[in-house]
Ligand binder design. Sequence first.
Ligand SMILES: [Zn+2]
Length: 384
Amino acid sequence: MVSDLININRTWKSSTIWSLYPAKEAKEILATHIPKEEVEDNLEWSLTKSGTFSAKSGYWFLHNKENDEVDNSKFWKQFWKSDIFPKWKLFLWKIWNNALSTADNLVKRKITKINPICCLCNTKKETLAHLFRDCHISQRIWSSSMGIVASQGAHLKIHEWIKNFLNLFKKKRKEEGSVMEIDFISTLWGIWLHRNEIIFRKSNLNPVRIMEIIKENINRARAKRSQGEIKADNAFEESHKDLQWTVGQSRSSNVQTLVVDGAWKKNTQTQQWQAAIAWKNLNNDPREEFAGKIFANSAKQTEAYSIMKALTDMEWRCTELIIKTDNQEIIRALRNPEKNNKDTDNIIKDIRKIANSVMFVCCKKVRREEVILAHKLAVTTRKS
Ligand SMILES: [Zn+2]
């Protein structure tokens, strides 16, 4: 039975719906009453010392919006390491970066012939926040799967809402937090998969089906985790073309986009190296640019310097900065400082420090062709 689905050390009254006949289950989910506020003895997974969730401690974490910037990089560092399915990492990554193919995102990308209406409720427009949290069908799913009152977080951006929950689970005891993390992501996943079934396979809305998907994924994820099968999946990042490191949140105001590159070469005869860095500002025409020779020990260090130079030159001139590089090693080091590379560790540290003074910084790994303007400039300068 589905009842063990919510066997997460708590007693939420609605879980009894699972003892009903299957035919009735759909109706039951749709009829699930969503409480306006949690009642003390409903939930035992808790924030308070006593281990009892209380209405007073409420959803304080849903209001806890400060320290986003510092928090974000720490959060991601942990997140990429966590042992959940790589497909779930990609899925969450897409939610965070507003890259999931929801109707509103497709419209933004000028893809027409999209039904903008949520296929679960058929009334509101489909956005990430609506689909995963604000839709009344999804709210019933949250209520049934985890006892979460989704409407209480409606003032938050969807990625903050999700992040706050995942952070909350990290604060729990290890096994308990781990179970909740899986249940939580599985619920998001179940909503998404069923939404796709409706759109692409013309299935009818069936809340029970969503719960089945959730349950199935919870079981698989738990089994794998307990067998230790899911290790931090580096292959995932390898294959991830959109590798990036961000600080802060974009509000899309005064954004400058730069491409950077470094050119580094060791002369095999003299054993001496030559290096140059360059950036080019894609916002203006003729392109504003910088190029200069530098001292550097390695290609990686050269690339790190080029990012730092772009950042320090632009830091006072824009509120948001996008830096494109073709070097994924640097992005990886920025996301997850290594502390074992004497060439780059201190530069990485400085980049991270300076980045905090800009409202939003995104360093993005792009294909080589995209940085060609900076590349040519750096190579010419190195040879000069
Ligand atoms: Zn809806």
